[in-house]
Design a protein around this ligand. Structure first.
Ligand code: ATP
Ligand code: MG
Length: 333
């Protein structure tokens, strides 16, 4: 396992997983699990920035594990663990914090967004979020990071911190790169055309892997459309492109092609298209939802998976921390 390239990625335990998490992240994890040395984790420390209720934390973490496995991730092939089970991560986070500057952290767009949305909770953890994310990756000396487009800037910061550490203390960390299978990293927009599908925002316009069939149908039928193109081969507005993208992801290729032709010759009926998409979506999400629900009933299995994953992750993390301490000069005994 150790000869393969190291891949690291995490999902915050901030709520129910959705199509964006699936196509932006998990789908890639599954493709990578055979050929890479994969470390995938539930980012429970990251979720603390918004002060979740302690009584919800475990269920949130277990759900992320269950939904990943239900989507096809194999815990035998990868290390699947909880961030909080790896004490080496906060240790590296502390080291990297000494190399991160307040100014650069304040300029991160996602930080600015969060400040705007929650002016009463601008905590230091929120500010140093990219540092913790860098520690998550660098703790395994990760080379490749399959994340959605929304995370690219954080990854650039991780490269900066790695570079800074290397130039202060000697070469230790590779500069982690975004991993993608094709040039267009998938970003799943919300169904109302405002922003992306998300665990914590746009909940009525996001399709969750746990949504019941009827709810999926309802959400898709409410997706934003318009009266249709007026001229052949018109450019598509974002929200229409989004529906086509979803159809491309979950429907048969000829279904997608048929509606695309109809769009291009101005005969498209969005009501019919959404009905078709809703049925294909129900068929796509249904089996994942059922498998995840069954797994969540079996807490013992999830605990075993997490323990096992933590063991694998800590083995590598301990190596890295020993090297980092030595590089910094913390080797007194
Ligand atoms: P939150 O709203 O709590 O930030 P989130 O839905 O943005 O949740 P994250 O845990 O931040 O999910 O991200 C997990 C992974 O899913 C990341 O790799 C991220 O890039 C990807 N991702 C999240 N939303 C989308 C989306 N709409 N389209 C594509 N990828 C996404
Ligand atoms: Mg997010």
């Amino acid at each position: 396992m150790s000869q393969k390239e190291v891949v690291v990625s995490g999902i915050r335990s901030t709520g129910y997983l959705h199509l964006g998490n699936y196509f932006g992240a998990i789908h890639n994890y599954i493709k990578m699990q055979e050929d890479y040395n994969c470390y995938f984790f539930v980012a429970d420390y990251h979720s603390l920035t918004t002060h979740p209720d302690p009584k919800d934390l475990k269920a949130n973490v277990f759900r992320v594990v269950a939904e990943n496995i239900a989507s096809g991730l194999d815990p035998e092939k990868v290390a699947l663990y909880a961030q909080s089970d790896i004490p080496e991560i906060p240790e590296l986070y502390l080291m990297l914090n000494m190399l991160a500057y307040k100014g650069e952290l304040e300029r991160v767009p996602t930080f600015k967004d969060k400040v705007r949305l929650n002016p009463d909770n601008v905590n230091a953890g929120l500010l140093t979020y990219p540092v913790l994310m860098a520690a998550d990756i660098l703790i395994h000396r990760g080379a490749k990071v399959p994340v959605g487009k929304d995370q690219e800037q954080h990854l650039e910061m991780a490269r900066n911190f790695a570079q800074r550490f290397n130039s202060h203390y000697g070469e230790l960390f590779p500069e982690p790169q975004v991993f993608r299978f094709d040039e267009n990293t998938v970003k799943i927009m919300s169904l109302d055309g405002n922003g992306k599908m998300s665990k914590s925002e746009n909940v009525n316009a996001t399709i969750y892997l746990s949504d019941e069939d009827e709810l999926i149908r309802k959400k898709i039928m409410k997706a934003t459309t318009d009266s249709g193109p007026q001229e052949p081969n018109s450019a598509m507005p974002d929200y229409i492109q989004n529906i086509f993208q979803l159809m491309q992801l979950v429907s048969a290729p000829d279904t997608h092609a048929t509606f695309l032709d109809a769009y291009n010759n101005c005969s498209i009926r969005y009501g019919d298209m959404k009905k078709q998409l809703a049925e294909d979506m129900v068929n796509f999400v249904g089996p994942i939802r059922e498998r995840a629900a069954a797994l969540q009933q079996d807490e013992d299995s999830i605990r075993k998976i997490l323990k096992n994953g933590a063991e694998k992750a800590r083995a590598r993390a301990a190596e890295t921390i020993a090297m980092a301490r030595k590089a910094i000069g913390i080797n007194y005994y």
